[in-house]
Design a protein around this ligand. Sequence first.
Ligand SMILES: [Cu+2]
Length: 613
Amino acid sequence: MIAREQKGRLVVSMRLSKHQFHRDLRLSSVWGYDGTVPGPTIEVERGHPVAVEWRNELKGPLPVVVTSAPQHADASGVPVQCVPGLSGGTADPKTAAFSGHAIVHLHGGLTPAVYDGWAENLIAPGQSLVFYYPMDQRAALLWYHDHVMGVTKFDVYAGLSGLWIVRDEREREIGLPEGPPYEIPLLIQDRNFETDDKGQLTGRLLHKTDPEVMEAFPPFTVVNGKIWPVLEVHQAQYRFRVLNGSNARTYRLVLFKDGRPEINRIIQIGIDHGLLGSPISVPSDGLLLASAERADLLIDFSDLPAGSELTLFNTARAPFDGSRFPATNAEYAADLDGLLPYPQVMRFRVVAGRTTPQPLPKVLATDYSPPILRELVAAPHRVIVLVERELEGEPNMLTLRELAPVAENDDSEHMKMQGMGEMGHQWMDMKQMHMGERSMQVEIPKGEISHDYRGPTVTVTDAGQTTRYRVVASHFEDTTTFFPVLDQHEVWQLLNLTGDTHPIHLHLDPFQIISRRPIRYKIPKGAIEDVTISAAVELERDPNDTLDHQIDDNERGLKDTIRVNPNEIVEIDVRFTKYCGRYMYHCHILEHEDRDMMRPFVTMPRELMPFMA
Ligand SMILES: [Cu+2]
């Protein structure tokens, strides 16, 4: 669907329809944009606004059986998530009662807040909304998907996602393939299916979790709506626009031919928000993509004889925790305990028809530069801890807990409070703290600083200096504490106190990663309450930690989703540029986002800050 050909005015209807995920599988009922899975790929031109009328013509019930199996593994020890069927679970009646409320978010879009798809602003069946997308942003692969509060995991699983490509002149100067046949989007997802009394697949979509794993990790990999597809390619260079659109699964993609990885056949030129500064190789273990991450890849098949076959494997265990797997063993990556029964993703079959690839310039993007650390020292810092709370008899609760510093009782020198800076009246105080070589300031929301606070705290110790924090917000509906000022750089620090990797996504502008470092932490027994938490975090490596905590080359660019691994702090350079209003940031594991790893922030024009009493 090319916006230009429709004068920038598009109509997309969300509809109940039928889709065949595999030629040997019966038809599945789906909810799809224009009734297709994935939805139509929308192509737009930078600087040419697009209006989309999103029509909700969905009919309930949800075309997905939702169940939580009573056991993690069956009698033979196979985890139930690795097999089709309900595995003794019963269909959840609450989800079967859905009538089809929806809301659309354009992921990666620089979109005014009213059109961003706030999770509670729903379009009921029979209603429609016209969303206006300015498209004043660089070329990139974006995607649109449902974002309804609490049930995004089911709506996206039912089929509500599609790709959105922004094009610009820089990509044309470079001479990159645009459109068929040599540019091909690959939307990777995973799905499971119900079985009948005889154990035969019915085709009906199944979202299955279990008592030990709250995320659905379905066994069948789906690319562009097809399980394990084969793509015929000419002896030519192709451009693949890859998106991980799965609910929860992280992929580590390894291209294989004749029993060996062919990592060097792939050149990566772009990430979430478009072109990198220069072409790079993908990591030697393979290309990691957590939910919502994108990669722009060139793969050259021009040297291969017709009839050659290459297979794309996934080697990432689930739930993903950042651990490595050697690319050379990708064929044998199947791992039931790692909820990866089939590492196969797709296959490429080379057919006759040779073209010589165009040489690629050494410089790709010229419109951004890496973060300048010394300029960020004085930037406002925001601290967020990722916390998992275990609950009896129900799935765990995950939260993004926003922290504010509290004064030390002993008033030690590094905690000395400072007066308000040039920030305006929004912030009452600033505090100096030291992290390694750098000295930085923490912004404290007005009214949040407390010299006499005696409750649970999170302490963060770096190079002998300790800062105490308390939680000021945990759940989505808690008060808003983040009010970023437009055009001002901020440092957001994400500290992962859980055992899994979380891809954290910010709506609106892209950001850049500054650092990724190991942490160790202690949480006393019972110290994770609904809102509060006590924890002692040190910015040093845990002796049992085997991760390298490196920043991959393909993370040094404009990102909107960043992986935060276990035992890790990730710092990102955030700057919102244009649109004011209420947006969300969240974990992009949809089961986490829905429960309750999502928080609001409000972007503000500087001149209004003094009036934010
Ligand atoms: Cu998460």
